[in-house]
Ligand binder design. Structure first.
Ligand code: ZN
Ligand code: ZN
Ligand code: ZN
Length: 363
């Protein structure tokens, strides 16, 4: 933790900021291991560019903060009472500041209150610094994401048994949410069961649509493990025969997805991974139907940097973890997506999901 805090302080100094102000959320958890619930009362980790970090916390949250790794690390916890002004407290810790980095996840009302308390301090989004650190995973973090990958694989292994004509997407989704918890996640963060024409909407969740023979069904699911790391995996299923056109397009998608993750290695840019998938789909006339980026980073958040998208010239580095999830979406007809989480290894891709990528036909 001390190592992460001192790196963050150094990067803040490099950015010309006097401090980082971090409120409950993934950045706070990443820096000091404190999984605080974001509430209206201000909890704020003040990380000065030089000097010791201080956690400003409501008096009633002191026991929780002290029980977290913050307590063990001996970080100073400065509490405030119900009628005190916590923003003043933060301002008094940073006299003469002219620039501060503010947590990307900070509530607007808190950022505005800090601005009022520190009118001379210009605010910048701290994500530039924090995502620089967070997108380069340590081996421990990659191992944590592997654990999340195994857990969600287990859920997908059970999905075919849940898909039957006559059940609704909502019923299937409820069963999947229960399985996400049973396999070791602490929360089921999203459950997409997109059957038939609903598959054409990439972020469809569930509806009362009844599954029918001939449906293709996109199942994209994920949750958060007790250590905070997230899972996210998509497989596409079919109830009976989805038809020739669909099978042909699916085969191309499968090649595109495979080619994209096979291209992962240090030095290759994020946008070129996107291009591999897109070029393959375009070559078969499916490019117009691939309406989103190829992937997103994953860690303590399901969507974080690096984004695998055209225009992102960031070269991959060992330890970066992200999804590779091309799809095709034909409005009114059907959709498909195949999604795996991939870690960039020292000389190639390390897949964190292992379910077969063939269309799973349920009879
Ligand atoms: Zn998505
Ligand atoms: Zn995803
Ligand atoms: Zn997904």
């Amino acid at each position: 933790m001390r190592e992460r805090l001192s790196r963050a302080a150094r990067l803040a100094a490099d950015a010309g900021w006097d401090a980082l102000l971090i409120t409950p959320g993934p950045d706070l958890r990443y820096l000091v291991g404190y999984d605080a619930v974001p509430l209206e009362r201000l909890t704020c980790l003040v990380v000065p560019a030089s000097g010791d970090p201080v956690l400003v916390a409501p008096l009633l949250e002191r026991p929780a903060a002290a029980a977290s790794p913050v307590g063990g690390a001996g970080i100073d916890i400065r509490t405030w009472g119900e009628t005190d002004d916590p923003y003043r407290l933060v301002a008094d810790l940073l006299p003469g500041s002219s620039r501060v980095g503010v947590d990307d996840h900070m509530w607007a009302v808190k950022a505005l209150s800090l601005r009022a308390a520190m009118p001379a301090a210009e605010q910048y989004a701290a994500g530039a610094v924090l995502s620089h650190m967070r997108m380069r995973k340590s081996p421990d973090e990659v191992a944590a994401l592997m654990g999340a990958g195994r857990a969600i694989d287990e859920v997908h292994a059970a999905v075919p048994s849940l898909l039957r004509p006559g059940r609704t997407e909502r019923e299937v989704g409820r069963d999947i949410a229960a399985l996400i918890l049973e396999t070791g996640h602490v929360t089921a963060d999203f459950v997409i069961v997109a059957s038939g024409p609903n598959g054409a909407s990439p972020h469809h969740e569930v509806s009362d649509r009844v599954l029918q023979v001939g449906d293709a069904i996109v199942v994209d699911i994920g949750g958060t493990m007790p250590d905070g790391y997230c899972s996210d995996e998509t497989r596409t299923y079919a109830l009976g025969d989805p038809g020739e056109d669909y099978l042909r397009a699916y085969a191309v998608l499968q090649q595109a997805q495979r080619a994209a993750w096979e291209a992962v290695r240090p030095g290759v840019t994020c946008e070129s991974i996107d291009a591999v998938a897109r070029d393959r789909l375009e070559a078969d006339g499916l490019g117009q139907l691939f309406i989103h980026r190829t992937g997103h980073g994953i860690g303590l958040e399901t969507h974080e940097e690096p984004y695998i998208v055209s225009g992102n010239t960031l070269p991959l580095e060992e330890g970066m973890t992200f999804s590779v999830e091309p799809g095709f979406y034909a409005e009114g007809r059907w959709g498909a997506r195949i999604e795996d989480i991939v870690a960039c290894g020292g000389d190639g891709p390390v897949l964190l999901n292992h379910r077969p990528r063939d269309l799973v036909v349920v009879d």
